[in-house]
Design a protein around this ligand. Structure first.
Ligand SMILES: NC(=O)c1ccc[n+]([C@@H]2O[C@H](COP(=O)([O-])OP(=O)(O)OC[C@H]3O[C@@H](n4cnc5c(N)ncnc54)[C@H](OP(=O)(O)O)[C@@H]3O)[C@@H](O)[C@H]2O)c1
Length: 224
């Protein structure tokens, strides 16, 4: 097993397993009572990670905004082509909150300098098996070498799917809202599961109700 931080994934989904509509609208699937859960997870983990798709769609700040909490974790954006806009909240707050953009080596010097001028650390990684994404195992090993012991993966769908498909997740904190979306963005995409025997079976903890939502914590099987 690789030396890596513990990884927790959390998202809010509809009853039919969607984390956004087909137009990408996800605000807000969960109720106000469960919104603070994401901030608690940010507070409780050393780093938080999202894909560039979520940044372009939602423009999140990814800071911990709980009353009387001043700690905000390291922010990491997976962005192979350095599309992170200068006007985004992440770039605009990068002097206050440490930020890393994980990219591939083919981005230009000009693209890197543009982000570095905003106090963002740009780190190169190898490409994953698809050839277009960041190699997550290499990223996790690098984070461990930087002293990061826990990582909160906040989305979106493609990033969650990559982590789960590669069996790099330890815990899932699932928020289920009493809502049906129909066609939309699946929480988890293709895992290559043909037979049920190959499905990933999680160990559930007792679910609890928060407002109208169900919050369910589940453990992934340990990896060999
Ligand atoms: N309900 C919720 O809890 C929740 C939470 C978060 C997001 N969302 C929603 O999710 C949607 C965004 O999901 P998304 O799938 O479009 O985007 P995403 O998962 O946020 O980002 C995907 C992008 O990340 C980059 N990437 C780099 N390395 C990767 C890797 N190893 N694996 C996967 N991606 C990698 C790729 O872009 P490059 O090739 O350009 O690098 C990829 O297209 C939005 O609608 C957002 O609102 C919902």
């Amino acid at each position: 097993m690789i030396d890596r931080p513990t990884v927790v994934v959390s998202f809010a989904q509809s009853l039919d397993g969607r984390i956004a509509t087909r137009n990408g609208d996800s605000r807000w699937i969960s109720g106000s009572e469960t919104l603070t859960l994401a901030h608690e997870l940010r507070r409780d983990n050393d780093a938080i990670l999202v894909g560039i798709g979520t940044v372009l769609r939602d423009d999140p700040e990814l800071s911990c905004r709980l009353a009387q909490e001043h700690f905000s974790p390291l922010r990491i954006v997976l962005d192979s082509r350095l599309r992170l806009p200068e006007a985004s909240r992440i770039v605009q707050t990068a002097t206050r909150f440490r930020t890393i953009v994980a990219t591939l080596s083919d981005s230009t010097r000009e693209q890197r300098d543009r982000l570095r001028n905003h106090n963002i650390t740009v780190v190169d990684f190898a490409a994953d098996q698809s050839g277009s994404g960041v190699d997550l195992q290499q990223l996790l090993q690098w984070l461990a070498s930087q002293g990061i012991q826990s990582l909160f993966v906040e989305g979106g769908s493609s990033v969650i799917t990559s982590f789960v498909r590669q069996r790099l997740v330890d815990r899932l904190l699932l928020v289920i809202a009493p809502m049906l979306i129909g066609d939309g963005t699946p929480a988890i995409g293709d895992l290559g599961t043909e037979a049920l025997a190959g499905a990933i079976r999680l160990t559930p903890r007792q679910p609890r109700q928060l407002g109208r939502d169900l919050v369910w914590e589940l453990e992934f099987p340990p990896t060999a």
